[in-house]
Design a protein around this ligand. Structure first.
Ligand SMILES: NC(=O)C1=CN([C@@H]2O[C@H](COP(=O)(O)OP(=O)(O)OC[C@H]3O[C@@H](n4cnc5c(N)ncnc54)[C@H](O)[C@@H]3O)[C@@H](O)[C@H]2O)C=CC1
Ligand SMILES: CC(=O)C(=O)O
Ligand SMILES: [Mg+2]
Length: 371
């Protein structure tokens, strides 16, 4: 299989889709890997390491894309990348289509086969290729929140742990999955007063058991969300309905009840955001203020810690990349229903029901493509 690894072009995105170690595994199995010049530099992997692993370093972007059968990326394709896709391509990357109709339509028009990391499932009902980046983003959410609480950033001027004689900050995490648990763990480590809201009693029970009373677990309702808005210094948005747009849980009206200088960190922004006033920001300009509330809504948070994130991501993607390379998309997906759940677009059709629903379009059953 001819595999291409483009350099990521999203704002301040320094991750790369494959490390030299993964390239070595692919080359050992007879695959040909082309890596765009300097693609790994931001994550600390120079071209020479890819060459030593058996990759070809490609300077010419047209040649990189045109000659590829399988393209492995990190972030959703940007408009200039969408233009390069063609029906013979298999694209394997984060897509987050429910948040972006124009990208969805662009991928349909390209007629390429597009497999999303974030909708691949596992036997436990979890999302194994989203989880590594959710761990990173959850941990970063508290760093971002702590910084945003400083006066110079528009925050209320609160230090998360407080000091003896001064109470710590109240941190509320909405959604107690992978992002939520990692955010809660960091906030606890900093000495915050932490509450997790979720609609899943099973998740709340697991968190209660694991943290032995050190955090508060609260069932998520309009009432408990309103209370959280009134009382929190930081609210982290960490809900997910896989493949779908995030529900808007903190409304514009609730902002009026929040304390001036409090902070919303919307990690769920890559699925459209779970606060009504959220809009995607970049690492270059990560925050903005609405009604005296600081909003941090960066859609590629892990890109800022590219070395850690690239290693964590590729540890998880490796078996899937090997399967695609060895068997082709039809062979790999036909024998694994969890992998098949990653197929979002094929030959102009949407193949994921939640993505189709987000835009009122029809989905085809991906199983019908496996015959
Ligand atoms: N901004 C960024 O850079 C990154 C964003 N993410 C995003 O963070 C979000 C969360 O991801 P994970 O933690 O991995 O998902 P997850 O599936 O592990 O957890 C989501 C949690 O939300 C809960 N939930 C769903 N609907 C809810 C509702 N209406 N009220 C309360 N809780 C609700 C679920 O019960 C679940 O416990 C996703 O949108 C993901 O794409 C992940 C990594 C990086
Ligand atoms: C999950 C995601 O969007 C990211 O890691 O950037
Ligand atoms: Mg995104």
């Amino acid at each position: 299989m001819k595999i291409a690894i483009p350099k990521e072009i999203k704002n301040h995105e320094y991750r790369v889709a494959l490390t030299p170690s993964v390239v070595r595994e692919l080359v050992a199995r007879g695959h040909r890997v082309a890596v765009q010049a300097s693609a790994g530099e931001g994550a600390g992997f120079p071209d020479a390491e890819y060459e030593a692993a058996g990759a070809r370093i490609e300077q010419d972007l047209d040649a990189l894309w045109d000659n590829a059968e399988l393209i492995v990326k990190v972030k959703e394709p940007q408009p200039e990348e969408v233009k390069r896709l063609k029906p013979s391509h298999t694209l394997f990357t984060y897509l987050h289509l429910a948040a972006e109709e124009s990208l969805t339509r662009g991928l349909m028009d390209s007629e390429a086969t597009c497999i999303a990391y974030e909708t691949i499932t596992d036997d436990q009902g979890a999302l194994p290729l989203l989880a590594p980046m959710s761990r990173v983003a959850g941990r970063m959410a508290i760093q971002a929140g702590a910084h945003s609480l400083e006066k110079a950033q528009g925050g209320a001027g609160i230090l998360i742990p407080g000091v003896p004689g001064v109470a710590p900050a109240k941190v509320t995490v909405v959604g107690g999955g992978v992002v939520g648990e990692n955010a809660a763990r960091m906030a606890l480590g900093l000495g915050a007063d932490v509450t997790v809201l979720d609609k899943s009693l099973e998740r709340l029970e697991a968190l209660d058991h694991r943290y032995q009373g050190r955090l508060n677990t609260v069932y998520s309702t309009a009432d408990t969300l309103e209370k959280a808005a009134r009382e929190s210094d930081i609210i982290v948005g960490a809900v997910l309905v896989p493949g779908a747009q995030a529900p808007k849980l903190i409304t514009r009206k609730m902002l009026g009840d929040m304390r001036p200088g409090s902070v919303l960190v919307d990690v769920a922004i890559d699925q459209g955001g779970c606060f009504e006033t959220s809009r995607a920001t970049t690492h270059a300009d990560p925050t903005y203020v609405v009604d005296d509330v600081v909003h941090y809504c960066v859609a590629n948070m892990p890109g800022a810690v590219a070395r850690t994130s690239t290693q964590a991501l590729t540890n998880a993607t490796l078996p899937f990349v090997l399967a695609l390379a060895d068997k082709g998309w039809q062979g790999a997906l036909a024998e694994d229903d969890h992998f098949l759940a990653g197929l979002n677009v094929h030959a102009g059709h949407i193949t994921h029901p939640a993505v189709a629903e987000a835009f009122g379009l029809d989905a085809i059953d991906p199983k019908s493509l496996m015959a």
